[in-house]
Design a protein around this ligand. Structure first.
Ligand code: MUC
Ligand code: MN
Length: 381
């Protein structure tokens, strides 16, 4: 077979309103934004990818603006003319010439895998090792800060059979108020749902030592990245002390992070995310390193719309063991989507769609209506 060349790369920023205010430790947001990338290959095949951050650059330093700029100015010129199947060669060259920026790299790789799947006539999960599951239990983020409202929101999702795992975003309130809020929610949902928390690096070690036994006693199942990303020694000590499961997110992005943190057993679980690991294939490799070191994996997200959610689900389909499920629930938080088929949450699980590549398709009319260069919407931070 002659080589299938990458011919053209196009990016567009799309602003998407959220159904409600989402508070994170660092910011509050009522919209999010994604970068839609389209890559044309010889033979007329087009692949799509979604670059996504949780409403701004607070999490990783990358933003939709930097993702678009780095793809347009630095990645596209390197990959045009290359063989779409030479992923290792492409990423070696891109890594040599553009340090960091895993989100931008992941966005492009997603579209290349979509093209590969379309050419081969197989879904992306077949390119990543094959399907071990057809659905994923997902957690829903509770993030308004008002526990009464959050309990009602959780009960509505339970009644609709959409979500029965809830991840409470913490860190935007004082620790005492925040822990009281988490415990009240866990008590109200006891026996009906599993509650997890994510303070996004907000606490020091002393606050963790105070907060974690209280949250464990209230029945909270898991705590994600309570301390600063650099403090992996402190995180390992907390993991050794607490009865709750711990999950590392911000501290574990690269393969060498996985090796180092795995050896220390920094946390019981690793939140695997397509964006922070620089793409689906790297995410799969990092998951394997984590598993080999005795950590379990959790399918994380940056609250992507249905395109990125479909990509995350292709990866999640290759994981046989996800003891705490995952959180690919962004598509349900976004009020306007750009996919022809929105992500389906049925029986408390996100469903894997049948189809080739990512098994996702872009609704061009929605993109036209919501693209930033045609609209006045801006990110509220
Ligand atoms: O997990 C994070 O740290 C970032 C973000 C993604 C989902 C969510 O609930 O928060
Ligand atoms: Mn997190």
């Amino acid at each position: 077979m002659s080589k299938v060349q990458i011919e053209r790369v196009e990016t567009v920023i799309v602003d998407l309103p959220l159904r409600r205010q989402q508070r994170f430790a660092a910011i509050g947001a009522s919209t999010t934004a994604i970068v839609l990338v389209k890559i044309w290959a010889s033979g007329g095949i087009v692949g799509i990818g979604e670059g996504c951050t949780p409403s701004g650059p607070w999490w990783s330093g990358e933003s939709v603006e930097s993702i678009k700029l780095n793809i347009d100015a630095h990645i596209a010129p390197l990959i045009i003319g290359r063989d779409v199947f030479d992923l290792r060669g492409i990423s070696a060259e891109v890594d040599r010439k553009l340090f960091g920026n895993p989100f931008a790299k992941a966005t492009v790789e997603m579209a290349l895998l979509d093209i590969q799947g379309k050419i081969a006539g197989v879904p992306v999960h077949d390119l990543l090792g094959g399907k071990q599951r057809s659905s994923l239990p997902c957690s829903w983020p509770l993030a308004t800060g008002d526990p009464g409202e959050e309990i009602e929101e959780a009960k509505e999702h339970l009644a609709q059979k959409r979500f029965k795992l809830f991840k409470l975003k913490m860190g935007f309130l004082e620790p005492e108020t925040d822990v009281a809020r988490a415990c009240a929610i866990a008590k109200a949902l006891e026996g009906k749902a599993s509650v997890r928390v994510d303070p996004n690096e907000s606490w020091d070690e002393a606050t963790c030592k105070w907060a974690m036994p209280r949250m464990a006693d209230a029945g909270i199942a898991m705590v994600e990245q309570p301390m600063a990303r650099w403090n992996v020694d402190g995180f390992a000590r907390i993991t050794a002390q607490t009865k709750m499961a711990t999950a590392v997110d911000e501290s574990l992005c690269t393969m060498d992070d996985a090796l180092r943190l795995g050896r220390m057993h920094t946390a019981d679980l690793v939140s695997i995310k397509v964006m922070k690991h620089g793409g689906l294939t790297n995410a799969r490799r990092i998951a394997d390193i984590a598993i080999a070191s005795g950590m379990s994996i959790y399918m994380g997200t940056f609250l992507e719309c249905s395109i990125g959610t479909a990509a995350g689900m292709q990866l999640a389909a290759t994981f046989s063991d996800l003891p705490y499920g995952g959180e690919l629930s962004g598509a349900n938080l976004i009020a306007e989507d750009i996919a022809v088929r929105p992500a389906r949450y049925e029986n408390f699980e996100l469903q894997l769609e049948e189809g080739v590549g990512l098994a996702a398709e872009v609704d061009e009319d929605k993109v036209e209506a919501l693209r930033r260069d045609r609209s006045r919407l801006s990110i509220a931070v």
